[in-house]
Design a protein around this ligand. Sequence first.
Ligand SMILES: *Cc1c(COP(=O)(O)O)cnc(C)c1O
Length: 377
Amino acid sequence: MNSKIWLSSPHMGGTEMKHVQEAYDTNWVAPLGPNVTGFEEDLENYLTQSSKVACLSSGTAALHLTLILSGVVQNDDVICQSFTFSASANPIKYQGANPVFIDSEKDTWNMCPLALEEAIKDKIYKGKKPKAIIIVHLYGMPAKIDEIAAISKKYNISLIEDAAEALGSTYKGRKCGTFGDFGILSFNGNKIITTSGGGALVCKTEKDKQKAVFLATQARDEAPHYQHSEIGYNYRMSNVLAGIGRGQMEVLDTHIGLRRGMNQFYKELFKDVDGINVFTEPSQDFYSNHWLSCVLIDSGITGFTREDLRLQLEKDQIESRPLWKPMHLQPVFKDCEYYGDNVSETLFNRGLCLPSGSNLSEEERIRIKEAIIGFLK
Ligand SMILES: *Cc1c(COP(=O)(O)O)cnc(C)c1O
């Protein structure tokens, strides 16, 4: 029996244990310490643009804090890309606010600027301006940032970038996560680099960073005793896990190269197949880390659906997965507003994510290739 080929699994570079061992040897086994500071510096240097980074327990926690820093409170409206993982939208509910979902455009699969502006105008007309806009760079593909940033500026609404899947992706040469008022990253086990679990908040000023750290460590006022004037959270990253992150930063660009290599592998594999398209950057302005490689299957042409292919791959011990099911179609968000044309619904119905890890061996690639070629026959 063949071993399972996963969609995206952790890929250690080799130096992670050195940093973890150091945390252990120096007894920095705490949610702060030299590895946390070091990992934050590594990320700041990598992102450039004078970014400030606070390392946290998860990307979801980071997103929650960006909403608080944007002033989102109960009953506010927050605009969010519908085509995403639920973690992009859940923190809106943590704040007691209302998600307003926006459809995707076909080029990058991310938030449609036209639907976004339509929603904002409609909301303002009805007497309530949204408090924040959460865009996502899904599967590592940068959104149409120029258009969206211009709208955020025109209406003076805070822009939050969910770059959980897009560390290392760039738009016009600038790193994703650095365009908005705030950005977030994730280091969950399946992401492009991992700390087993973890995330980061990216902001523009030291003041915002300090505020994020303050909220992430139970909002303790300055006093010798424990004194609190605000509700706080336990959201800081462990110094042990930050050690893994420091090691992972040394191999990030190599791993991006390997993921992009997987994307190239699928382009080659499907180049003569009518009705199957590999998701690709729409122009030179966009550079995706290709966290996951995805295909769209037009069953009217191929005669099979994405589900047919998925089930065959499963039999061959190869993991694949439908694209994210849009939030406006999720039972938990069924009462939320939605603006769009069901582009994301079509993507969900036709799309499949294929094994994309930076650690896939030549043998595993041959197995994937043979399984797909066998299925196409
Ligand atoms: C993974 C992910 C998150 C959440 O990150 P965690 O670190 O798992 O909390 C948020 N948004 C998107 C798009 C993600 O893929």
